[in-house]
Design a protein around this ligand. Structure first.
Ligand SMILES: [Zn+2]
Length: 405
């Protein structure tokens, strides 16, 4: 996170306790103060004090509710007060900048999807700032109090400093996006690799909710993975991500933006898959894909209808990804594997290929009970950014800033 000094010991305990209380109200509300005290393992007096502060700041409110099994008077419970607080959740992806305004319950209030070309006379950072300024002007009438900005993007990112070191699709180098936005807005700014943030989003709201050991693989414009181990996102708060996309699969392969050759990303990213379809079509006149625009939708549709070329290409992707996943299964022994990809449109071809690689290439005891399924969110939404904000509320770091006003 940007703009933050190290908190002292007492402040840190206060921060953690406030975050825990906020999380429990979010997860179990309406909840009584007594129940909250039990779940948080904090003394009733501490709960009273923290709740009073949260209520005064309009982050929590009281509500009447009927306790389960009780037929007496309604009890007074606590729920979050989220509507008066907004934040920006942004996402940079291939050719697109998505800007969304959400309230603290993560609900979408407004969204603009804007084209973002790779090269332009105006520098990348200036363009992002100008788009965000315009977004706030455009949606001024809906805007409540702003709390934070969260941005997710592909590439190599120093999350602690908020600096983009390198990106695919955009020729940028050492761009201080976080400090620039923090200086301009005075708000906390969270920047994270899109796949790491997406993994967090699935664990907070999506398909891996409640699971303690999960591998999430993304096959899209970029390729990579996120790991949840012991209920925590691995490298969740550092600059590192699980860079399987930059593992060499073909030493004679194409050059990658990371500087290496034949990375998994150069073989399994959507762009490269569609390029392969184009090449193979030239020598496969009987494919259903002949004469159609080469898109992921058409590729998946042809595979679902049994087209040999389309199936073969998706099986090839599944085998390349499956080989690396098998190694990861032996390292992390997950209960669940999530696949985030537009190729999920042909999941009846892709998923069994990946699963059979895992079963053949990893430890039987580890692979036999794995569930493999699609992620809940698509790669192009701004829920990954929402997860960064929620995480900062739950760990208390953003919450204490809101309490301080
Ligand atoms: Zn690479």
């Amino acid at each position: 996170m940007i703009v933050e000094g190290q908190p002292g010991h007492i402040d840190q305990i206060k921060q953690i306790n406030a975050g825990t209380v906020y999380r429990l109200i979010d997860q179990f509300g309406p909840i009584s103060r007594i129940e909250l005290s039990k779940k948080a393992q904090l003394a009733p007096a501490s709960i009273t004090k923290i709740v009073r502060e949260l209520v005064q700041a309009h982050l929590v409110q009281e509500t009447e509710y009927q306790e389960p099994g009780s037929r007496g008077r309604p009890a007074i419970g606590l729920i979050l007060d989220t509507q008066a607080w907004h934040y920006l959740s942004a996402r940079v992806s291939l050719g697109t900048l998505t800007l969304s305004l959400r309230d603290l319950s993560s609900k979408l209030v407004a969204e603009d999807i804007l084209p973002l070309v790779a090269e332009d006379a105006v520098p990348f950072l200036d363009r992002i700032i100008a788009h965000i300024d315009q977004f706030f002007i455009h949606h001024q009438s809906k805007l409540e109090r702003l709390t934070a900005m969260a941005i997710t993007l592909p590439g190599m990112i120093d999350t602690a400093k908020g600096v983009i070191q390198k990106m695919p699709f955009y020729p940028v180098e050492s761009v201080p996006l976080g400090p620039a936005l923090a200086a301009r807005s005075g708000l906390p700014v969270f920047i994270q690799h899109d796949i790491a943030a997406w993994t967090k989003a699935e664990s907070l709201y999506g398909a891996s909710r409640g699971f303690r050991n999960v591998i999430q693989v993304v096959i899209d414009d970029n390729v990579g993975a996120g790991v949840i181990t012991g209920g925590q996102v691995l490298h969740g708060n550092s600059s590192s991500v699980v860079e399987i996309g930059h593992t060499q699969v073909d030493p004679y392969g194409k050059r990658c933006y990371c500087g290496n050759h034949g990375c998994l990303e150069t073989l399994a990213s959507i762009d490269n898959i569609l390029e392969l379809v184009r090449q193979r079509l030239e020598v496969t006149p009987n494919s259903l894909l002949n004469g159609l625009p080469i898109t992921v939708e058409n590729l998946c549709d042809a595979a679902n209808r049994g087209d040999a070329l389309a199936k073969d290409i998706i099986v090839g992707v599944g085998q390349n990804v499956g080989r690396i996943l098998a190694i990861m299964v032996n390292l992390f022994n997950p209960e669940k594997i999530l696949i985030g990809s537009p190729l999920n449109q042909a999941q009846s071809v892709l998923h069994p290929t990946i699963m059979s690689c895992i079963q053949q290439q990893s430890l039987p005891a580890y692979s036999e009970n794995i569930q493999l399924e699609s992620t809940q969110f698509s790669n192009h939404g701004t829920m990954p950014g929402a997860a960064l904000v929620k995480d900062a509320l739950y760990n208390g770091s953003l919450l204490v800033k809101l309490l301080q006003g």
